[in-house]
Design a binder for this molecule. Structure first.
Ligand code: CP
Length: 293
């Protein structure tokens, strides 16, 4: 039984297989490879993209999907996460796709070895399928030649599971990662080069990953005023000029704080392409976990 708690669970060969399968699925709709499989989605935090993307991916491969809404589940009567999971597993799903505010939740459920556990975002630690779809989008933009390319991650890095998983995967795949953030958004411990302003490094950058301020993870408000933050960190056309820089964001985008309206419409911005690619990457992940492992 294989789980996906973070991309560190995957061998290099498995990562390359996911990229290869996703590329094939993007040009040719695949057969119903998972038509006897059932997934349960269990999202303890809100989601637009990831939950829908997993459901679309599973259904495109012929699988069935059942969603349990935790806000209307017996966790509200005090049932533990482990007991909830064990009861769902008693119904015989082939995988449980979970999002949780705790960094450790997917790993703890995976250790129960009752069904394949797929992390759809855990705390500020890991969001492996986002990292994989970001990698896929970068590979697509640079025709597979990403070794030595430089990505600047800009924004609330300290609280971002997208950044954590992305740093682990993209450095492993040979990219250079630079961190750009004001002090409260910078991770306290990191070996990566850190800068306060994008302007310090913009001429060395091939990719920018802009991140939203994760207000829901701030114990108290960090900035009184995000308009002032935006004057330094919003990705605008004035800031990028005509540089050939690929612009990514995991969503949801705070318009004109993270990225300007104008840049969201710029051909260098691939935010919706990331969402599109996410379906193919998640199809490849489900295939790998259920059929190839
Ligand atoms: N990228 C991402 O995780 O988006 P959602 O929170 O909408 O799933």
């Amino acid at each position: 039984m294989q789980h996906l708690v973070d991309t560190t669970d995957l061998s290099q060969a498995q990562i390359l297989q996911i990229l290869e399968d996703a590329k094939r699925f993007k040009v040719q709709r695949p057969p119903q490879l998972l038509n006897d499989k059932l997934f349960i989605t269990l999202f303890f935090e809100p989601s637009t993209r990831t939950r829908s993307s997993f459901e679309v991916a599973a259904k495109r491969l012929g699988a069935s999907v059942v969603h349990l809404d935790p806000s209307r589940s017996s966790t509200k009567k005090g049932e533990s996460l482990e007991d909830t999971f064990a009861n769902l597993c008693a119904m015989g799903p082939d995988g449980v796709i979970i999002r949780h505010e705790s960094n450790d939740a997917p790993g703890q459920l995976a250790q129960m070895q009752m069904t394949s556990v797929i992390n759809a975002g855990a705390g500020n630690y890991a969001h492996p399928t986002q990292a994989l779809l970001d990698l896929f989008t970068i590979m697509e933009y640079f025709d597979g030649n990403i070794a030595g390319k430089t990505i600047a991650i800009v924004g609330d890095i300290a609280n971002s599971r997208v950044a954590s998983s992305g740093i682990r995967l993209l450095t492993r795949m040979g990219m250079k990662v630079l961190l750009i953030a004001p002090e409260p958004f910078m991770p306290k411990e990191t070996d990566l080069p850190c800068y306060e302003y994008l302007e310090e490094v913009i001429d060395k950058v091939d990719v920018i990953m802009s991140l939203r301020a994760q207000l829901e993870r701030h114990a108290k408000p960090i900035f009184d005023d995000y308009d002032t933050y935006a004057t330094h960190y919003c990705i605008t056309k004035e800031r990028l000029k005509d540089r050939n820089i690929l612009l990514l964001h995991p969503g949801p985008v705070m318009r004109n704080i993270d990225i300007s309206d104008e840049m969201l419409d710029d051909p260098r911005c691939k935010v919706l392409e990331q969402v599109k690619n996410g379906v193919f990457v998640r199809m490849a992940v489900l295939k790998l976990l259920l059929l190839d492992s």
